[in-house]
Design a protein. Structure first.
Lengths: 354, 447
């Protein structure tokens, strides 16, 4: 009744090719952005912004990066943590070794460094596929773990291998309060999400998807698998690199290589599988599921006023979380983004389904 | 999946976010809130549990025996960090604003979390006590205003182990040409002593071999293969959780003489040797002044907490090594509050006031007697320059069924450690633009 495109005619190519062809979607998106940029900072507590939303936004960005590679181009990667680490340490070295380096430029360059490393570790994808590729990218993970723990130059000879982010500021504005950190991450996520959305709608995205669906057929119709796969690796690593730098600088503040270990890579892979492969929304849903749900489960007994021991709570948290993952995958194997699409499609017909 | 289910899902999601964002319940006025960051699960759980029990039991006992501190009831809430830095940061953010005056002190029992919180605590004005762990250079209170690595750091621990080895060899000159290996947890925790040992290696001319073990430390075959190859004269163990027991098992399998193995005080508790039992006979470990045992304070805990069926863990665990260490950690925090109350009045203290209390702590013999820990801890006194207070430690040896404590008390060689702390702290201050405090001008204690 309300969500219907009747009477919205597309009279130009531009209006036909826009991201949200339905007017209600555009309004919804605008309202969502308004809430995210204005409402949440005004109403949210420091805890909500700092401890929940900032990690959520950064990991959503990393998941989006991984989704480019896995969701759109079909190349399974277990090395996301490594590319995040590359971004984090690249940004750290750029900021501390080159005084006066602006934060945004450092993030951009860190992303580029990660992209180059991603390209190198993407080379095996030209020869191997599927699970074998996953194992090859695992090498990137272990390599990064080792390099950042054992090459003191990268950490400025820090005595314990733990490094600390420099002071952050953008255009003279210090990124120090929870609200500013939140807005900074949100802005970056929005810009990159828009970029990715346009990339995957365009020629490059079609190349990726063709390669994902059948690479032999793709090469027959003139798509170079080399370029498609390597560009996916580069773009994906670029985004995860930026996310890694944000994770280190904005969220942790001080970190050691273990912050980017295999656990993080697996977590990100779960995020996009549960959220939805090959969708922007799915990356956000998945990140929310993996980041926020465990904390919610952990706090639930306390919020209900139950006195339960800490160890029991965290065991319950693990069990419930595991069960929920399985349930979700059974109920909707295509991820939470598919639920969102289904809901939208039903809404278009509601209340008169045919 | 029909529309109703989808809508239901969305409603649940909205409620979930709402519940998460709900502010903490406001507590009554006369309360002092202690966040308790613990890990009772995961590979470090066996060591985290006794520490957490000791910590919470001490707070319970103070409430039951004394009715709190100066009439102010102590409250606390546990938060599981699982020894992970990101969860630790979340716990900190979750608990820092609770209670009428916010969090009193934070004690994360993890060097990785300590590093992360060292950046945050000054902004939130919450002191950070890291009794026997954390950043070694944070002993310099002029730079690290909010850090309190009381009772010792990893540099003092490494220094004391080297002292015991020198003593055993019969002189520092005997170390020349010898090989000493460090088997360490590959994390900030395990890497902390390296700077100190490299310095000592240069000083005495021994060969220093670093053998990292990756988290969680159940796989050490490669490490001990290297031990077999290098045949070091001594092996220092810097492990935590399952890594300790595994290292001892591997040492036995490699036929490395266990009496030439020295563990830090986090590698010398019951869970570490329990599985190896008699095979680990002769293994040495530091004790942070006191090992396992029941003194007056533990008896009070049994009487006021366990006899009333309010104990946090099993009664038999009271008095274990890590239990006692958790207890001391809580004691230091409570004494910080007490000292602050002497200065600012008997009301709930803010983090800033407790920081002053911790910096002007003077636990002399009379105070130790009042606390019921005489014979367990030695006097401790903090100042603006020295946030560590004391660095006493003893050596204990596993005889196959129990820890046997040696009677010699060691103190770290401050002539070596002071300049190192100074250098590292100055470097940190420069990197972070921290203006140096002039300790001479700061308000000091009357005693």
């Amino acid at each position: 009744m309300f969500y219907r495109e009747n009477g919205q005619f597309k009279t130009s190519y531009a209006s036909d090719a826009q991201i949200f062809p339905i007017r209600q979607d555009r309004w919804f998106m605008l309202a969502l952005l308004l809430v995210a940029f204005v409402g949440v900072p005004l109403a949210g507590s420091d805890y909500l912004l700092r401890a929940l939303l900032v990690p959520f936004l950064i990991l959503a960005l990393a998941a989006l990066g991984l989704n480019v590679l896995v969701g759109w181009c079909g190349q399974i990667s277990l090395g996301t943590g490594a590319f995040m680490a590359v971004g984090a340490y690249a940004a750290f070295n750029l900021m501390t070794r080159l005084p006066g380096m602006p934060l945004l430029l450092a993030l951009l360059l860190a992303g580029l460094v990660a992209a180059v490393v991603g390209l190198v570790f993407g080379l095996p994808s030209l020869r191997i596929r599927g699970l074998y590729l996953a194992v090859a990218t695992l090498a990137a993970q272990f390599f990064a773990d080792w390099v950042f723990a054992h090459v003191p130059w990268l950490t400025h000879d820090a005595a314990s291998g733990s490094v600390t982010a420099p002071r952050l500021q953008v255009l003279g504005l210090a990124i120090d309060s929870p609200v500013r950190k939140y807005l900074f991450c949100l802005a970056i996520l929005c810009v990159i999400a828009l970029l990715v959305k346009n990339l995957v709608r365009g020629r490059k995205g079609r190349e990726w998807m063709a390669t994902r669906d059948m690479d032999v057929a793709a090469s027959v119709i003139g798509i170079s698998p080399v370029r498609a796969k390597l560009s996916a690796f580069a773009v994906s690593s670029f985004i995860t690199g930026i996310a890694g730098a944000l994770w280190a600088f904005v969220h942790l503040g001080s970190w050691e290589p273990a912050a980017f270990n295999i656990d993080l890579s697996l977590k990100l892979l779960f995020m996009i599988i549960i959220g939805g492969l090959g969708t922007v929304m799915g990356s956000l849903f998945g990140a929310a599921f993996i980041v926020l749900l465990p904390i919610f489960l952990n706090r639930l007994p306390g919020l209900l006023g139950l006195q339960v021991s800490t160890s029991l709570v965290s065991h319950l948290e693990f069990m419930t979380f595991g069960v929920l993952i399985v349930l979700f995958l059974i109920a909707e194997p295509h991820g939470m983004a598919r639920l969102w699409m289904t809901a939208k499609n039903k809404l278009r017909l509601w209340p008169f389904p045919h | 999946m029909n529309l109703r289910n989808a809508l239901l899902g969305m409603t649940v999601a909205v409620m979930l976010v709402g519940a998460l964002a709900a502010p903490a319940v406001q507590a009554a006025d006369k309360e002092q809130f202690f966040p308790v960051l613990v890990y009772r699960t995961g590979p470090y759980g066996p060591n985290g549990v006794p520490w957490a029990n000791g910590y919470v039991d001490y707070l319970k006992m103070i409430n039951a025996r004394d009715g709190g501190v100066g009439g102010v009831k102590l409250t606390w809430e546990e938060c599981e960090t699982a020894y992970a830095t990101d969860r630790g940061v979340e716990c900190y953010e979750r608990l820092k604003g609770k209670g009428p005056t916010g969090a009193t002190v934070v004690q994360p029992l993890s060097t990785g979390v300590t590093f992360a919180l060292t950046e945050k605590a000054p902004k939130d004005k919450i002191p950070l006590i890291t009794a026997g762990y954390g950043r070694s250079e944070s002993a310099d209170g002029a730079v690290f205003k909010w850090n309190f690595p009381m009772l010792g750091t990893y540099w003092t621990a490494a220094d004391i182990i080297m002292q015991t080895i020198i003593k055993r060899e019969g002189g520092a000159d005997k170390l020349k040409g010898k090989t000493i290996a460090l088997v360490y947890h590959d994390s900030p925790y395990g890497k902390e002593p390296i700077a100190m040992l490299e310095m000592r290696a240069k000083l005495h001319g021994f060969k220093f071999v670093k053998l990292p073990v990756t988290h969680p430390g159940v796989e050490q075959k490669a490490t001990w293969l290297q031990v077999r190859r290098e045949r070091p004269d001594y092996v220092l163990l810097w492990g935590w959780g399952v890594m300790n027991a595994t290292a001892l098992k591997e040492a036995v399998a490699t036929a490395y003489p266990l009496d030439r193995m020295y563990g830090v005080w986090w590698s010398g508790a019951e869970p570490d040797v329990k599985d190896v039992g008699t095979a680990a006979k002769g293994y040495n470990a530091l004790a942070m002044q006191y090992g396992a045992g029941i003194g007056k304070v533990q008896q009070d805990i049994l009487k006021y907490v366990y006899d009333r069926n309010q104990g946090t863990g099993a009664r038999e665990l009271v008095g274990q090594v890590l239990y006692n260490r958790g207890l001391y950690s809580a004691m230091l925090a409570v004494e910080g509050v007490r000292r602050a109350q002497e200065q600012y009045g008997k009301k709930p203290m803010t983090g800033e006031q407790v920081r002053w209390g911790l910096e002007n702590l003077n636990l002399n013999d009379a105070a130790l007697k009042r606390l019921g820990i005489e014979g367990q801890l030695r006097p401790l006194r903090t100042t603006c320059e020295d946030h560590m207070g004391s660095s006493w430690a003893r050596l204990q040896t596993w005889d196959g069924s129990k820890w046997v404590m040696q009677d010699i008390w060691y103190e770290a060689d401050m002539q070596i450690i002071k300049p190192m702390v100074r250098d590292a702290a100055t470097k940190y201050a420069k990197e972070h633009n921290i203006p140096a405090r002039d300790c001479a001008k700061e308000m000091t204690s009357g005693s």
